[in-house]
Write a protein that binds this ligand. Structure first.
Ligand code: PRP
Length: 214
């Protein structure tokens, strides 16, 4: 039997995915405290790799991983050609525009300065609105940008809202909902159809239980 290879994102989503896999007896080979990047379950023939969230899509698209767990935000921002096969029901948050509390931000004919880790999503959104923008691409801590005058607004994930609140920012508008998705390589889906579908079946049961518990 072939291995199925699964890419998990390091960080919050990966931790949640690990908890859920473990509860179903699928993640026993993973040691979350280890610095190892590959965890093989020889008995169940499942191999997990831990990569940066933005690289999950790359590993799946190239077929190195058959499956991957990643947020909808990353899928939308990536140029990808993968199947999005299941909403896993965790990692729920909003994708939002935020700015300094009480400040009017829309500039009509003026250019709005937007700081974000997500240039593609932001460009598309404001283009559809007919709002001209200047994009400021950052790699993290985007909440800082409006505070120091680098941007008028940010476009980012909001989960608990604590980061915004701690920095005196507020949501101006929610753009869309985000959650964790299971993605699949198109070729793997054809050639490992049965194994992948068994895995999905297992995850579906987990997802239902998780929804009931939360
Ligand atoms: C994410 C996101 C926000 C924060 C939102 O950042 O980009 O900054 O979490 O979470 P909250 O609403 O629960 O406060 P992340 O922790 O990934 O770090 P980063 O800003 O360095 O990318």
């Amino acid at each position: 039997m072939d291995f199925i290879n699964i890419a998990l994102a390091k960080g919050r989503l990966g931790d949640e995915a690990y908890k859920l896999l473990k509860s179903k007896g699928l993640g026993e080979s993973i040691d979350p405290n280890s610095r190892k990047l590959i965890f093989k379950d020889e008995e169940k023939k499942i191999s997990f790799i831990y990569v940066k969230p933005w690289d999950v899509v790359t590993y799946v698209q190239n077929g190195v991983a058959d499956l991957g767990v990643v947020g909808k935000d990353v899928i939308l921002e990536s140029d990808n050609d993968v199947y999005e096969i299941l909403d896993l029901g965790f990692g729920k948050c909003k994708f939002s525009i935020a700015g300094v509390k009480g400040e009017k931000i829309y500039k009509k004919d003026e250019i709005l300065r937007v700081a974000t880790k997500y240039p593609k999503i932001s460009e598309k959104f404001f283009d559809e609105r007919g709002q001209k923008i200047k994009l400021i691409k950052l790699n993290g801590s985007v909440e800082l940008a409006p505070l120091v005058g680098l941007s008028d607004v940010i476009v980012d994930l909001v989960e608990t809202g604590k980061t915004l609140k701690a920095n005196g920012l507020e949501v101006i508008e929610d753009m869309f909902d985000v959650s964790a998705k299971l993605i699949c390589n198109r070729v793997s889906y054809r050639f490992k159809y049965e194994r992948i579908n068994n895995f999905i079946k297992c995850l579906r049961e987990m997802e239902e239980k998780y929804r009931e518990a939360n």
